[in-house]
Design a protein around this ligand. Structure first.
Ligand SMILES: NC(=O)c1ccc[n+]([C@@H]2O[C@H](COP(=O)([O-])OP(=O)(O)OC[C@H]3O[C@@H](n4cnc5c(N)ncnc54)[C@H](OP(=O)(O)O)[C@@H]3O)[C@@H](O)[C@H]2O)c1
Length: 263
């Protein structure tokens, strides 16, 4: 199996470990939180690197290093790893708002660089990853993202937009499900959680199979029926989602400016 190193085992790093653990040999480290690293290592087949010597060894033998720390910690993480990786090791950053140009300023010239935006469903290998690269990258990059679910290569200029759609998207779906569960509980329906989860999964499956949501929605909405009554209340949803996505994009641009996305 191909060796990879994950730098930063928080929410995203752990999701990546779960998604990749059966297909890659994974080493991983945190800056100081060895307790979290130990906890993840106790339930997944990773090599936890608890000291600099083991971190440097892992960096020196891996085919790709995935940087999954908070954006403002990325410079420190890159400064540490840069002297220890081989020239063909792919540096993959999943940090929001950190540009390829910024990453390039910390690693040796010519190092393959990938900027990616996965989401936490990668843990189940049902994630979405949008990614872009500075230049040619080895086929293993595409294979790695395909392992995590659906993956799409985009222009770097689209990264804020895909972050607002698929990066943050699971949270929008969870908010909708949360509201439906609360409504079901208010109405005293037993097992509201399962009722809503299966409703969402079934609906998503129809769309995954290729049907258009608009067609599906029309098909289940009889004129003057119960669904029509509910959808009349939800009429502002399209506009609201537009505003939500624009707010996410604006925040991403602000964060990029704060951390100096491009040096
Ligand atoms: N969460 C999401 O849904 C999501 C989705 C897409 C992308 N992302 C991106 O993923 C990145 C991580 O987000 P998160 O939510 O997983 O954050 P998090 O839970 O705070 O985890 C970040 C981890 O990075 C470690 N770390 C910090 N500095 C480090 C360094 N210099 N070297 C090695 N490890 C270091 C931290 O360990 P210590 O505690 O030891 O410092 C921590 O365990 C962010 O850049 C975010 O933009 C997140």
């Amino acid at each position: 199996m191909i060796p990879i190193t994950i730098v930063g085992v928080g929410a995203m790093g752990e999701a990546l470990i779960h998604g990749l653990k059966h297909h890659y040999t994974i080493s991983a480290y945190n800056a100081g939180d060895n307790a979290r690293l130990r906890a993840v290592a106790s339930k997944t087949p990773i090599t936890p690197c608890m000291d600099d010597a083991s971190r440097i060894h892992a960096l020196g033998v891996c085919a790709a290093v995935i940087v999954a720390c908070k954006p403002h910690h990325v410079p420190e993480a890159l400064r540490f790893l840069a002297p220890h990786i081989r020239p063909h090791t792919v540096v993959i950053s999943v940090a929001a708002g950190v540009s390829i140009a910024s990453i390039a300023s910390y690693v040796p010239d010519g190092q393959p660089i990938v900027r990616a935006m996965p989401n936490t469903s990668c843990a189940l290998r049902k994630g979405v990853t949008a990614w872009c690269a500075r230049a040619h990258v080895p086929p293993m990059v595409r294979t790695l993202f395909d392992t995590l679910g659906f993956a799409i290569e985009v222009q770097e200029t689209h990264m804020h937009a895909v972050t607002a759609i698929s990066g943050s998207g699971p949270a929008y779906v969870y908010a909708m499900m949360e509201a439906l569960i609360a409504a079901a509980e208010r109405l005293g329906i037993p097992d509201a959680h399962a009722l809503v989860a299966h409703t969402a999964a079934g609906a998503a499956q129809r769309v995954l199979e290729g049907a258009q949501p608009k067609h599906l929605r029309t098909a289940v909405t009889s004129p003057n029926g119960t669904t029509a009554a509910a959808l009349a209340v939800l009429a502002p949803l399209g506009g609201l989602i537009d505003r939500a996505v624009d707010a996410a994009i604006a925040r991403g641009q602000e964060m990029e400016a704060e951390i100096g996305g491009t040096p």
